[in-house]
Structure formats: C-alpha cells, structure tokens
Write a protein that binds this ligand. Structure first.
Ligand code: NAD
Length: 443
C-alpha cells in the first residue's frame, strides 16, 4: 500500500488565497465607504452653501416672507399719491363733519352706512379684505357704487397691523365704524377659524391700533342679536343674559363685547356695540334666507322652511337696512370722545350696547308668501324641523327702548315694504326684469 498524497501544502495555499481575497474585499469595502462618505459630505456642503447664500434659513423663512410682504406693502404705503387719496376720501365736506374709518365697507351694512355718511357730508374711508365668503363680485359692485360717491375702500385685512397703523397715522379719524367680520351662523361649523381670525383677533388688532392713536377715535361696532343665544325672555332686552351663545359666531360676538369692556376700562376707548337683528334690503347678503329664497323661487327650486320641534313657525325680527343705517349714524353722532391718547387712559370713557331691531317678529312662512306675491311665483316649500343644534333660536324679537332713548332710533319699515325694495333691486342688479310676469310696484 503506498502512502497517501501530501495535501497539506495545497490546503495551506488555498487558505492563503482565501485570506488574500478577504483582505482585498475588506479594502474594497473600506474604499467604497470612504468614497460614499466623501460624496455625502460634498453634497451636504453644497446644500449648506446654497441655503446660506441663496435662501433664508428654514426657521426664518416665514419671517422673511412676511418681511418681503411688508416691504412690498410699505412701498405702497409710502406713496404720497396714495396718502392723498386716503385724505381726500376721509375729509368731511360739512362743518363739524365726522371723519370715519368704516371697516367692512364693501359689505352689506358697511356699504349702506358709508354712502349715508358721505351723503350728509362726513368724510369716509373704507377698509375691506374682499374675502370670498360670498360672491366677491357683489362686494366689488358695492365698491364701484361707493367710488362714484368719492368713497375709497382700501383693500386690506384687519389683521394687517402696519396697514392699520398707517391708516390711523395718515388720517386723524374721529370715529371708527367697525362692521368687518365673519358673519353667518351655520358657516361656523365648516370654517370655525375664520370667526376667530376676523371677529376676535381682527377686533383686538383694530382696538390696539385705535388705543395707540392720538387722538383716539370713538368706536361703534357691530355685535349681534345672536348673543341672546338660549335666552327665553322675550322681547330681548340688553338686560337679559347673554352668556349662553348657541353658535361660535355668537360666542365671538359676545367675546367682542367683553373685549370692548376691557379696552374701555384700560385705555379709555369710547365703545358702542350694536346688536343687529336680521338685517335685509337692497345690496344684501346672498347667504341670508330672504336672498336665497328669492333666487330659488325665481329658478323654480324648492326651499327649506324651518319649523320648531313643536311644529311652530320660526320667526325673525327682520330689520330693514335703512333703519339699521339710522341706528348706526345715531350711535356715531352720540358717541362721546375717547378719553385716552397714545395708549394712555386719561379718564373714564363711554361704554354702551344697544339692540337695533324692528320690534315685530315675522314667521318665515309669511316672509315666503310676501316674496311669492312680489315675484308672482309659487314657492316649492319643503317644511322641515329646525335642527336642535342649528345655532339660531326659534325666534328673535328686539326691545329697542334703550336705542330709542339714547340714539333716537325708531324703525319705520315693515317687511312687505322692505322686501319690495329688495326685490326691485334684485331683479335690476341681476338683469331679471323680463323674467318677472309683472312689474314690482314702487314702494
Ligand atoms: N346682516 C345681518 O343681519 C347682521 C346681523 C347681526 C350682526 N351683523 C354684523 O354686522 C356686520 C356687517 O354685516 P354684513 O351683513 O354687512 O356682512 P358682510 O359680510 O356683508 O360684511 C362684512 C364685510 O367685512 C369684510 N371682512 C371680513 N373679514 C375681514 C377682515 N379680516 N378684514 C377686513 N375685512 C373683512 C368682508 O369682506 C365683508 O365685505 C358684521 O359684523 C356682522 O357680524 C349683521
């Protein structure tokens, strides 16, 4: 038997080769890791370079964009021609005329009040952000109508602090009629933040600017009958409780009344809150029932008419716009001067709240039948129970004795007369004269 072949040498060679392969692959791995690391470092350095020299740091991006906005804005604000336009619009044309900043001037109530003030010789400057809560083209049409009467509306937001300060610097307003707000009760369930932004933050921003002005203007502002919320005492009086709002809208208006109290107390601002009751009329708001009922009846669409859970009709104290305008002007005319100046209180100042309603609630069914008569069309009524969380109570009814005593407020327009004027405007504005079977008789 021969001895076995000597394999130990070849095994060693094989092991050595495996070792060399391992060493090589480790080297390769190290080399590629280093390459990857260097490449990553290079990319990171390039990015840092780009962000440092071409862009603001991310955390400051918002600030820079705001600054860019303000730079663009201040360019606009420093224009002498623009300031001249503001002063022209705000200069009274009668002895002892008021100089009024009207916020929400492109809105329903704001446009009527601006026109009435201008017509009697007061100076008026408007402010409005022309938001799209309802058709902005209606707001633009109101703006155009006011422009014909030399009333300028500055396009801007209540929350634009530099703009507000600029307006109060350029013009020494004697009064502010603050009507800008997010209105509407049901929309609060879809866009709650818009109520907080406009009705609370925006109001505070306006009061901050007004308290710092020298002289401080007196402020008349729109609260709402909605503050009565779940109150069941009737008719609603300013002495009744208003701490049970039934909607976020109402809660923001009630918050406004409390905020007004604090600015009056701390800074001596003269403040008058007006609780409007369902205002209607020409140039009205498309989100309100009388307006969209008119549209739907003319288009042959069915309309939802609410009744209470007990089967009773829902009723509203519909108040005609001209009566509301008289109430607003009465409040402006009787507002005492603010007592402070430049942010310092110098004594007690006036603080008031008034109901401005019509004092005669009308069931919504009656509203529909008046519209049917005016439009010569039968409504397709769909009577449904009012949801329990609707945001509005089953009826509103104003006691206006306080406003009568202090503002000489006396509503004079009943619903049939006011609706006739509204329908006349509606068919004219939307060019529908020919689609009506008969003329709307003049009031
Ligand atoms: N019409 C009513 O029946 C009624 C009832 C109670 C209270 N109110 C109150 O009366 C006031 C006027 O109501 P209206 O019916 O004329 O409403 P409106 O919506 O027609 O007018 C409000 C105007 O304010 C503007 N606006 C809103 N937010 C703004 C902001 N942040 N900055 C600048 N402008 C802004 C809107 O663009 C609009 O043109 C509101 O305060 C409303 O809450 C109205």
């Amino acid at each position: 038997m021969g001895s076995p072949a000597d394999t130990s040498k070849s095994i060693k060679v094989e092991r050595y080769k495996r070792y060399i392969r391992r060493v090589n692959s480790t080297k390769l791995l190290n080399a590629s890791s280093k390459l990857l690391f260097r490449a990553t470092l290079l990319v990171a350095l390039i990015l840092v370079f780009l962000f440092t020299f071409n862009y603001p740091p991310l955390a400051l991006a918002d600030m820079y964009s705001t600054q860019r906005h303000l730079q663009a804005h201040s360019h606009f604000l420093s224009s002498g021609a623009w300031e001249k336009q503001l002063r022209h619009s705000a200069t009274p044309r009668r002895p002892n005329g008021l100089t009024v900043l009207v916020t929400g001037a492109a809105g329903f109530v704001g446009s009527h009040c601006s026109l009435a003030l201008k017509k009697r010789g007061d100076g008026v400057l408007g402010l409005d952000n022309f938001n799209a809560y309802y058709d902005p083209s209606l707001k633009r049409a109101r703006q155009a109508m006011l422009a014909k009467h030399q009333v300028l509306i500055v396009e801007g937001d209540l929350n634009d602090t530099p703009l507000l300060h600029k307006l109060l610097d350029v013009v020494a307003f004697t009064h502010i009629l603050h009507l800008a707000a997010q209105a509407g009760v049901r929309y609060a369930m879809h866009n709650p933040q818009s109520y907080v932004t406009a009705n609370i933050a925006g109001f505070v921003n306006l009061l901050e600017a007004a308290k710092s002005a020298n002289p401080q203007p007196a402020i008349v502002w729109a609260s709402s009958s909605s503050v009565y919320g779940l109150n069941t005492e009737n008719p609603f009086s300013e002495l009744h409780r208003t701490d049970q709002p039934a909607s976020l809208y109402a809660a923001t208006k009630k918050a406004g009344e409390e905020i007004a109290h604090s600015y009056n107390h701390i800074y001596g601002l003269s403040l008058t809150g007006l609780r409007f009751f369902t205002v209607y009329g020409p140039w009205g708001r498309p989100d309100m029932a009388y307006f969209f009922f008119t549209k739907d009846i003319l288009q042959g669409k069915s309309i939802d008419v609410y009744e209470t859970p007990e089967g009773k009709q829902v009723a509203r104290d519909f108040t005609y716009i001209d009566d509301i305008v008289k109430g607003c002007l009465g409040a402006l005319d009787t507002a005492e001067k603010s007592s402070g100046s430049g942010g310092k209180k110098r004594g007690a100042a006036q603080l008031r709240v008034y109901n401005l309603g019509n004092t005669s609630p009308v069931p919504v069914g009656k509203l529909v039948s008046i519209l049917e008569g005016l439009l010569n069309s039968k409504a397709k009524k769909h009577v449904i129970k009012m949801p329990s969380n609707d945001g509005d109570g089953p009826y509103t009814h104003a006691n206006v004795s306080l406003a009568f005593r202090d503002l000489a407020y006396k509503p004079t327009t009943d619903l049939p007369t006011g609706l006739r004027k509204f329908v006349k405007w509606y068919v004219g504005y939307y060019g529908l004269q020919t689609s009506l079977k008969k003329d709307i008789p003049s009031a």
